[in-house]
Design a binder for this molecule. Structure first.
Ligand SMILES: N[C@@H](CCC(=O)N[C@@H](CS)C(=O)NCC(=O)O)C(=O)O
Length: 206
């Protein structure tokens, strides 16, 4: 199975982490930011990564890709009961949409501009949104070890958001003890090292 991807993209990172946790081997093909691989343009109507190719099948939404990998691996990654599975899918949607939206502006400024060119108010407003998401996520996690109780693909989805934040020095999540402990537990899993990005755009400037 081939996956066209960008090493720093949190959606791609989620797919790599899920695959590593599920024990599914992927053949990764690099696509460049802003200049997608020709196969990505051909196979994905959104021209976004990740794109998974398995024989005649081409999948271009990370949540659909994770669902496919989970089914290939036996279907336990999203939980056992229909209610568990729906809850994990909701947490994944939360990560893909709300957590992503909370973090995007601050990371964009930090990674693509020199320090003296950054829009401080955009960073500040972005961090306020991210802070609101963190408070909500801390409440959802509560005193559970993992977001859905047992380890699941919800943790694989949320982990890279925190990983990106950490890489760019946005460590506000540590103000919530439970989120900080959850993230350390996640980082201690062997799959985390296997899936970790090779580089982050513009990090030398951050
Ligand atoms: N909903 C999509 C979002 C994917 C997405 O936004 N990918 C970004 C990278 S993080 C992308 O491909 N941007 C265009 C580019 O890098 O050229 C998914 O879950 O797969």
């Amino acid at each position: 199975m081939q996956v066209f991807e960008r090493t720093d993209c949190p959606f791609c990172w989620k797919v790599r982490l899920a695959a590593a946790e599920l024990g599914v081997a992927l053949n990764l093909v690099a696509s460049q930011p802003g200049d997608p691989h020709p196969e990505v343009k051909r196979l994905s109507p959104t021209a976004t990564v990740p794109v998974l190719v398995d024989g005649p099948l081409a999948l271009w939404e990370s949540a659909v890709i994770c669902g496919y990998l989970d089914e290939l691996a036996g279907g336990r990654g999203y939980g056992r009961t229909p209610a568990d599975r729906a809850s994990v899918r909701l947490l994944e949607a939360y990560s893909d949409r709300l957590a992503a939206d909370g973090l995007r502006d601050a990371v964009f400024e930090l990674r693509s501009k020199a320090a003296d060119e950054r829009d401080a108010s955009r960073i500040e407003q972005g961090l306020v949104r991210w802070g609101d998401r963190l408070a909500d996520l801390a409440r959802r996690l509560g005193d559970k070890p993992w977001f859905a109780g047992d380890f699941s693909l919800a943790d694989c989805a949320l982990g890279p958001r925190f990983g990106v934040a950490e890489a760019y020095g946005i460590d506000a999540f540590r103000r919530h003890d439970n989120l900080g402990s959850w993230f350390e537990r996640l980082k201690a899993r062997p799959a985390w090292q296997q899936a970790y990005p090779k580089q982050f755009i513009g990090l030398q400037r951050a």
